[in-house]
Design a protein around this ligand. Structure first.
Ligand code: NAP
Length: 256
């Protein structure tokens, strides 16, 4: 028996990175999973790994910024496993640019995937969770919520995610649903590797430079975010609601 035995989870952006690590960690703890991503093949690979772990997972193609797709992902989880207990709003993209170069599309894409996507998935999931008087929602914020050069769009979305989290905690708490956020710092995924490439650095060079500014003197791994999410969706966190947990190797947003 794991901490999440009998639970059913939907993880968005589960085809790779933090989403894939989270899906696998929740499966290891006993949950059955629906994996939603633009990249359905990535989700199918992760689903196969979860099946090999002895749990169950299904993959669904989903653009979280589209209302129909978000509703379909939630419906797939419920049709496949009969219920939905856990939603992890993880899907994300970067379109970094200094403000004077940031296009309307850079802004809209990032706000739509992170913030509107979380709204659409949470709205679709809450109906079922409210009826069952149980739910766990975890949103992915970021240390960039506190401001980061070249990320006006992303920092606005991730700060918005924190206000969204606080509000869901207040609105859904009376129905036995907790809503929390994790705010990672620098995590070694394709997202940060792409940033290194954009800056003309190897991932190793970029990570070494960043590590010097992180109190633990190293970057984080996806599994180190997944383990905090696993805690927040478990009954070990039954009285934790509306919190933002920084997973950043140091205090929130403080690089020293
Ligand atoms: P990642 O490796 O780039 O993975 C993101 C996943 O989201 C990809 O599989 C991507 O699919 C998917 N995705 C993108 N747009 C989507 C959409 N519209 N609908 C559904 N899925 C979509 O990123 P990551 O580093 O694991 O980041 C995961 C989350 O953590 C994000 O919310 C990110 O902002 C947050 N975060 C990451 C870090 C970090 O240092 N890595 C730090 C703080 C916060 P495609 O492959 O098709 O693009």
């Amino acid at each position: 028996m794991g901490r999440l035995t009998g639970r059913v989870a939907l993880v968005t952006g589960a085809g790779r990175g933090i989403g894939a690590a989270t899906a696998k960690r929740l499966a290891e703890e006993g949950a059955r999973l629906t994996l939603a991503d633009l990249d359905v093949e990535g989700c199918q690979r992760v689903a196969a790994e979860i099946t090999a772990l002895g749990s169950e997972a299904t993959a669904v193609r989903c653009d979280v910024s589209q209302s129909d797709d978000a509703q379909q992902a939630v419906a797939t989880a419920i049709e496949t496993f009969g219920q939905l207990d856990i939603l992890v709003n993880n899907a994300g993209v970067l379109r970094d640019n200094l403000l004077f170069k940031m296009t309307d599309d850079d802004w809209d894409t990032v706000l739509n995937v992170h913030l509107k996507g979380a709204f659409l998935c949470a709205r679709a999931a809450q109906k079922h969770m409210v009826e069952r008087k149980y739910g766990r929602i975890v949103n992915l914020s970021s240390t960039s919520a506190l401001g980061n050069r070249g990320q006006a769009n992303y920092s606005a979305a991730k700060a918005g995610m924190q206000g969204f989290t606080h509000t869901l905690a207040i609105e859904l708490g009376p129905f036995g649903i907790t809503t929390n956020a994790v705010a990672p710092g620098f995590i070694d995924t394709d997202m940060t590797r792409a940033t290194a490439q954009r800056l003309g650095l190897s991932p190793e060079q970029f990570q070494a430079g960043m590590a010097q500014m992180i109190p633990l003197r190293r970057v984080g791994q996806p599994s180190e975010v997944a383990s905090v999410i696993a805690f927040l969706v478990s009954d070990d966190a039954s009285y934790v609601n509306g919190q933002i947990i920084y997973v950043a190797g140091g205090p929130a947003g403080v690089l020293m």
